[in-house]
Design a protein around this ligand. Sequence first.
Ligand code: MG
Length: 237
Amino acid sequence: MVRYAPSTKEAVAADPSALRIRGVVFDMDGTLATPMKEHLIKMRTDIGVPNGIRTLEYVETCLHGRAREQAEKRIVDIETEAMANMRLSPGLVELLSFLHAHSIPIAIITRNNINSVNHFINKVVAKQPQELMELFAFNPVIDRSFKPTKPHPAGILHVSRAWDIPPQQLLMVGDHLDDLLCGLRAGSVSALLRYSDNGEFEAHAHIVVDRIDELVEKLASGFDADMAISGHEHASA
Ligand SMILES: [Mg+2]
């Protein structure tokens, strides 16, 4: 077990060199925004993605020419449809308020397209009261044009360099195995936002929460992480 010290300003002032979370990286769909699982399932069905392969991977490696163009268009169409139902994850404002109060930077790594990210920021976030806008200063925002995508750790390593914070001091929060693997393979702490249908990924998470603001208590008090969970136990994913 590795002890992570509290991330509060007070704790940092008292013991600046302790190992602690100094930055948080979020998945978007199902993490910052409420899940849109039906759309992901619809996408797979419409495109005819076989079991055991990721949608984007299938389209990029198995489809060519016109078939690939059609599949890519279908993905964007379904994403556009999904956007209309996008909502903030319950408890997100509480978590972001804590992070902002303690000067902890935030980033997004998503496999969604940039239009969905812009929709999230400009339409969903923008509905919040004006005084909360400063809480949503995600930077960098990494969409699927950044390659390689999750579960590859490249996105987190990019954030680590951008912030000049070692990966060990970053927390990756997501609702999918690929978010956790991305975090684990970067050497970061991985947190699973658990729903009724993703509990099977718990074994690959250092932290499991059922609502995103449960992370406030972890970050405010510090926590133990079993760093034997490293992502290598799932090398084939
Ligand atoms: Mg997700």
